[in-house]
Design a protein around this ligand. Structure first.
Ligand code: AR6
Length: 170
């Protein structure tokens, strides 16, 4: 199966998705925050915070798995994208690595469906088009070589990002 028909692009709130795992755009402390991180913790409930405390943080570019608790998703993959500092501090590589490590966790656990938010493009300030290019390139190349996850959903939260993803995959 080709990579393109295993990718969906939707405009939605990621906390509402009934998938094997949703990805959280977390920070290195893994103790919650605002943006999609805050929304995921609010919807999952306090048990998610308790499990995250046991993880002891996560480096930029890496990812960690927890259960989904009260979310409709079974699991949460907490991925830490880079803070945008102008593009000269390996931001592309670190963002690609956050996607790749999330995909590897989905593969190891044989998840069928995996949903990503647009990591780093909110509070972390990564330019949206560049981030979408990195995300699409990384996911496509992973799907070409791997059977799991079977489906990847890019969950956009604003019309502009949704249009960017649609244009880049047209
Ligand atoms: N569903 C889907 N996408 C969402 C949702 C939602 N419910 N809410 C926001 N987004 P951000 P970052 C989009 O700022 O840039 C936190 O405090 C949002 O529109 O959540 O990686 C963490 O703790 C944007 O496109 O994450 C970190 O400290 C995307 O999710 C820091 O922010 C990512 O925006 C991480 O910053």
């Amino acid at each position: 199966m080709g990579a393109n028909n295993r990718i969906d692009i939707i405009l939605a709130d990621i906390t509402c998705l009934e998938v094997d795992a949703i990805v959280n755009a977390a920070n290195t402390r893994l103790l919650g925050g605002s943006g999609v991180d805050g929304a995921i913790h609010a919807a999952a409930g306090p048990q998610l915070f308790e499990e995250c405390k046991l993880l002891g943080g996560c480096k930029t570019g890496e990812a960690r798995l927890t259960k989904g608790y009260n979310l409709p998703a079974r699991f949460v993959i907490h991925a830490v994208g880079p803070i945008w500092r102008g593009g000269y501090l390996n931001e592309d590589e670190l963002l690609a690595s956050a996607y790749k490590n999330s995909l590897l966790l989905a593969k190891e656990n044989q998840f069928s469906s995996l949903a990503f938010p647009n990591i780093s493009t909110g509070i972390f300030g990564y330019p949206k088009v560049s981030a979408a290019r990195v995300a699409l390139r990384t996911v496509k190349s992973f799907l070409e070589k791997n059977t799991y996850p079977q489906k990847v959903i890019f969950v956009c939260f604003d019309d502009e990002t949704f249009s960017i993803y649609k244009a880049l995959t047209a």
